[in-house]
Ligand binder design. Structure first.
Ligand code: FAD
Ligand code: FES
Length: 257
């Protein structure tokens, strides 16, 4: 059930250049049903910024009612979030959307998790849950440069972890797609920038694949149509899906990239 809650910030720290990890104490952690869901954050009590900002749930602890987000300073909203201190309250709406299905892979099978930049955070909870289930988890994490690398150690605890940087300053030089070529897997889960999702989809259309999409959002609950993307366009008919309520995670082929 979607709830609006004023939760308390437990910590908010910079973990890489302009990348922050925020932990909050939130009752609505109990309602999260899949990795890859998100919350919609009201940044201030005033009118600027007016709209809530969507941020993925990176990990959660139902017992202690804690949620962790990882966000990059992109503009005014996330810059204001970065200045928030422990003890302050944060207005969140969630959990929202449909996350990654962990039932898509069985114990003993191999899941490949591919993330780019701030698409990486929601893959951590996914990785934790798959590893718990006995799935062999392989991670490929792509960043621009060493300064913005985060969570490589956390993923390594669950399985083989490859890091790429576009400039070669950390891990392997190049893109996630360069590494994936050499790997075999039963199911691929991915979240990151659209060009990365497109490249992966083009290469692995015949595989079982789940992609998490990003769109600018308004309401976050399926009411305003700000976040629609095309699911079909055959020249005769066009249909759309809402990223906030039909997604953000879609089975490969469900939306047009
Ligand atoms: C479902 C979902 C989950 C997300 N999870 C995360 C996350 O875990 N961590 C994280 O850092 N970010 C995440 N984002 C992106 C995040 O919502 C935006 O970075 C944030 O809203 C920017 O707000 P701002 O006020 O700082 O920037 P603004 O001032 O609103 O925008 C600054 C710049 O960022 C661009 N931008 C803003 N929002 C988006 C977006 N949704 N997609 C593409 N470009 C955008 C704008 O076009 C502009 O160029 C997610 C987005 C979605 C839709
Ligand atoms: S953000 Fe309003 S319908 Fe998706």
């Amino acid at each position: 059930m979607v709830k609006k809650e004023l939760c308390e910030i437990i910590s908010n720290r910079e973990i890489a250049y302009r990348i922050y990890e925020m932990k909050v104490s939130a009752q609505l952690a109990a309602d999260i049903n899949a990795p890859g869901q998100f919350v919609h954050i009201r940044i201030t009590n005033g009118l600027d910024p007016l709209l809530r900002r969507p941020i993925s749930i990176s990990s959660f602890d139902k017992k202690n009612k804690e949620i962790t987000f990882v966000y990059r300073i992109e503009g005014r909203g996330t810059a204001l979030m970065a200045a928030m201190q422990p003890g302050m309250s944060l207005d969140i709406l969630g959990p929202l959307g449909n996350g990654f299905p962990i039932e898509a892979v069985d114990n003993g099978e191999t899941a490949l998790l591919v993330g780019g930049g701030v698409g990486i955070p929601p893959l951590l909870e996914l990785s934790n849950q798959l590893a718990c289930k006995g799935v062999n988890v392989i991670h490929v994490l792509g960043f621009q440069t060493k300064q913005v690398v985060f969570y490589a150690q956390e993923f390594s605890k669950n399985g083989l972890t490859y890091v790429t940087t576009a400039d070669g300053s950390y891990g392997k030089k190049g893109f996630v797609t360069d590494v994936i070529k050499a790997l075999s897997f039963d199911c691929l889960y991915t979240c990151g920038p659209l060009p990365m999702l497109k490249a992966i989809w083009q290469e692995y259309q015949e595989k079982k694949i789940y992609l998490s999409m990003e769109e600018r959002m308004g309401c976050g609950i399926g009411a305003c149509l700000a976040c629609v993307c095309k699911s079909k366009d055959d020249g005769l008919a066009v249909s759309y899906k809402k990223v906030c309520s039909d997604g953000p995670v879609f089975r490969g082929g469900e939306v047009l990239l």
